[in-house]
Design a protein around this ligand. Structure first.
Ligand code: DC
Length: 195
């Protein structure tokens, strides 16, 4: 049975960094599911068709990390048929041996409700905005507004909204260095592996 780890949380909470580090540490596969929605939004045209026709090469565009691509992703992600078109790929990815780490918004609640470990990663709005501003070379106040708008849309949508699974372990990275946040996440995985 492959070992699946679900990592969810709002934008810039640190979940992507933690997911990549866990995957590297344990030799697991990693999928940043936000990229599926970013690539769908960036394709333009009918989002449902775009999601159904998504190919790995679409995830390699170099404009997917921008704040605009994040907003477009958040908008197409509210369309139930878009989400449905992306479910099978994510579930197949999660079943790979020896294990897989998926990060997103609905991994623990919808995509992998049977995951061995579910982490819900949060950080204060201000910390997240400062991180994203540093990453993109953008204005922190603009990033704060952008993140809040996106989180509100992602949390309020009817299908697979952003929320922790009932059995998720909460990890607040507001006051943690990347190294400390990763160490805590690795300790959680080790705890579950030890049974
Ligand atoms: O993780 P990210 O910032 O790259 O995600 C971009 C948007 O995609 C996010 O605002 C909402 C959507 N998303 C989603 O609805 N479900 C996921 N599993 C991942 C992302």
């Amino acid at each position: 049975m492959p070992f699946t780890i679900a990592i969810d949380g709002p934008a810039a909470s640190g979940k992507g960094t933690i997911a990549r580090a866990i995957a590297q540490h344990f030799g697991f596969h990693h999928l940043d599911t936000g990229l599926l929605y970013r690539a769908t939004g960036a394709k333009g045209g009918d989002p449902v068709e775009a999601a159904r026709a998504l190919r790995p090469i679409d995830m390699e565009r170099d404009d997917l990390r921008s704040a605009e691509a994040g907003q477009a992703a958040s908008r197409v992600a509210a369309i139930p048929e878009v989400r449905e078109a992306l479910v099978d790929f994510q579930r197949r990815f999660a079943m790979q041996e020896p294990g897989a780490v998926l990060d997103g918004r609905d991994i623990g609640t919808v995509i992998c409700p049977e995951a061995a470990l579910k982490l819900y990663v949060v950080a204060s709005d201000e910390v997240r905005a400062a991180r994203r501003a540093a990453e993109l070379g953008a204005d922190p106040a603009r990033m704060l507004a952008e993140l809040r708008e996106r989180d509100a849309r992602d949390s309020a949508r009817a299908t697979a909204p952003l929320r922790p699974a009932d059995d998720a372990v909460l990890l607040d990275t507001s006051a943690l260095s990347i190294e400390d946040a990763v160490a805590r996440a690795i300790a959680e995985v080790a705890r579950v592996q030890a049974g």
